[in-house]
Ligand binder design. Structure first.
Ligand code: CA
Length: 230
């Protein structure tokens, strides 16, 4: 069964080229030209992935993303935010809203298809690993089945990527993981995202985990590990 990508994009030319290239790569595509239509279509059609333009004629792509990720019916659908150079918002904002990846136009169609495949691969692989991870370390408790995180029994709101980052480190407790390995295992990307992205997210994750943040150790010149000390 082929997978469907919903393209939410008001630039017709760009949407057509993207659709053509995705169909060549074996996907089915549906294209809509406004944010409201994007939300409706995502609920109705349950696509495997949404390519979401930032600047839309009615509502911002960030708002569309927020709505999709806060609705249980569409929360699980991965979203790749698409922006044009010059209208770039902080990519952290995109990730904070739960976007699964972030690309900037102009982008080669080859890379775009790679990114779509990487996100889908990531979605299909790691859930199994995450489901089984219900672990407690000191004040930190991670519930893999509900994707919830607690520190001293207070729930901590993590984005999907932050949660993955934590689980990937936690399930390999005591082992050092390089930034490249984390990019591969958390983001499902090789060289396409800068390794600095890992540092930024690690800092946010540490801040959010407060008392449990100390478990996330930086290993200078190598990468990160989840401490094996209680
Ligand atoms: Ca646009």
């Amino acid at each position: 069964m082929s997978r469907t990508v919903l393209i939410v994009e008001d630039e017709f030319d760009f949407a057509d080229v993207v659709a053509l290239n995705l169909r060549r790569a074996g996907f089915e595509t549906v294209a809509v030209r406004s944010g409201e239509a994007g939300v409706t279509e995502a609920r109705h059609r349950k696509p495997d992935l949404v390519l979401l333009d930032l600047m839309l004629p009615d509502i911002m792509g960030t708002e569309v993303c927020r709505r999709l990720k806060s609705d249980p019916a569409t929360r699980g659908i991965p979203v790749i935010m698409v922006t044009a150079r010059g209208e770039e918002i902080d990519r952290v904002v995109g990730f904070e809203l739960g976007a699964d990846d972030y690309v900037v136009k102009p982008i080669s169609m080859r890379e775009l298809v790679l990114r779509v495949n990487a996100v889908l691969r990531r979605m299909s692989q790691v859930p199994g690993e995450i489901e089984t991870a219900s672990m407690t370390v000191g004040p930190l408790r991670v519930d893999g089945s509900s994707h919830r995180t607690f520190v001293d029994e207070q729930e901590v709101g993590l984005t999907a990527l932050e949660f993955r980052l934590l689980v990937v480190l936690l399930t390999r407790r005591g082992r050092v993981l390089s930034r490249e390995a984390l990019l591969d295992q958390v983001w499902g990307l090789q060289a396409e995202v800068e390794t600095r992205t890992v540092d930024t997210m690690m800092k946010r994750l540490r801040d959010k985990l407060a008392a449990a943040g100390r478990y996330l150790e930086t290993v200078r010149g190598v990468g990160y590990r989840f401490s094996d000390q209680d």
